[in-house]
Design a protein around this ligand. Structure first.
Ligand code: PLP
Ligand code: COI
Length: 337
């Protein structure tokens, strides 16, 4: 195992030994190739550079208390990448190719999988880009699918401590019939200016509202949003949010724990009525929120300085399943042995 200070890792790029790549040419995917280069060479007219044919995924592998290595729900990430590929007309990496590539990159970088109990994990970043040349606005005929891995710590430096968000009313992330439901690069480009402003003003990130009416909550930065009240897990329903695999899992865990689950529109004004609110995602896991500031309307919503009891139970259950401490009764983990 590498000599790394696992416990002080943040969330960022970290060089590992290998990545894997697969090229789509002449209408078909080639063989998976192993690479130790951090670079990609491509045509200057590649569609990813001009027209944003780019999608990515984010998932994690964990070393369990039993020493076994588990990836969390990679088939769901594979399905979502296929959906993203369809969304911006890219060649779709088949599910089996996607999962095989992820398994391979975990195995090849095994010494970078953080030990159990350090709070860190191995983050996998599958990427799909249009590499074929076009100057007119058309999809490429050639694509590159690759997966790299980095050991990471918590996305927010606070870890499982509450963070502050700011409502972005003067910026939109995604339109109702746009690409918000796909994990494509353009959505992240669209979130940079508001996200950096929020950071400058002392917030972890933005709460994005529905772009049509600016009434309902869409997402919490690069994470989904949920609120808890009256023994109910509530999370937004919208055509412009990314279907989070963490959120989907938490809905199931909440139900298993005896909570009611509601997927419906959540108006900003409803924030006042929630006992707990949080952001959730692969990188964010569950990040409890203790403040949401609506900067345009000059209204501030506040919650406790510590994570609430329901968020804590959801967090412990999710982590417990991912690290092999709690029975994985829905068969979410894929073992790398
Ligand atoms: N929403 C956005 C915009 C994201 O980038 C992510 C991260 O992947 C999520 C939600 C959470 O999704 P998941 O739980 O599948 O990681
Ligand atoms: C993830 O949770 O995997 C994300 O994609 C969030 C962010 C790092 C883009």
């Amino acid at each position: 195992m590498e000599n790394i200070e696992w416990g002080s890792l943040g969330f960022g790029y970290f060089k590992t030994d290998y990545n894997v790549r697969c090229y789509y040419r002449d209408g078909k995917w080639g063989e998976l190739e192993v690479s130790s280069s951090e670079e990609v060479t491509m045509h200057m007219a590649a569609t990813v550079l001009h027209y944003g044919q780019a999608a990515f995924e984010g998932m994690k592998a964990f070393r369990g208390q039993d020493g076994r290595i588990r990836m969390f729900r990679p088939y769901e990430n594979a399905k979502r990448m296929i959906s993203s590929a369809k969304g911006v007309l890219m060649a779709e990496p088949p599910e089996e190719l996607f999962v095989e590539a992820c398994k391979k990159v975990v195995k090849l970088n095994e010494k970078f999988i953080p030990p159990y109990g350090t709070g860190a994990s191995l983050y996998l970043r599958p990427v799909l880009i249009g590499t074929g040349a076009q100057v007119g606005v058309h999809p490429a005929k050639e694509y590159l699918f690759m997966v790299f891995a980095c050991p990471v710590g918590p996305y927010f430096k606070e870890g499982f401590k509450p963070v502050k968000f700011q409502v972005a009313r003067d910026y939109d992330r995604a339109a109702p019939f746009g690409t918000g439901k796909y994990k494509v690069g353009g959505n992240y480009a669209a979130s940079l200016a508001s996200g950096e402003r929020a950071a400058k003003e002392g917030y972890s990130n933005c709460i994005y509202l529905d772009a049509a009416t600016h009434t309902y909550i869409d997402e919490a930065g690069a994470a989904n949003f949920f609120g808890i009240k009256n023994n109910t897990y509530c999370t937004p329903e919208s055509t412009s949010i990314l279907p989070s695999i963490t959120n989907m899992s938490l809905c199931q865990i909440a139900e298993d724990l005896g909570l009611k689950v509601e997927r419906r529109k959540i108006a900003v004004e409803e924030l006042d009525t929630f006992e707990e609110v949080a952001a959730c995602g692969t990188a964010a896991v569950i990040s409890p929120i203790n403040e949401i500031a609506d900067r345009v309307n000059n209204k501030v919503y506040k919650w406790g300085a510590e994570a609430g009891p329901v968020c804590t139970k959801l967090y412990q259950t999710l982590k417990g399943i991912q690290e092999g401490l709690i029975e994985d009764k829905h068969n979410w983990n894929v073992f790398i042995d």
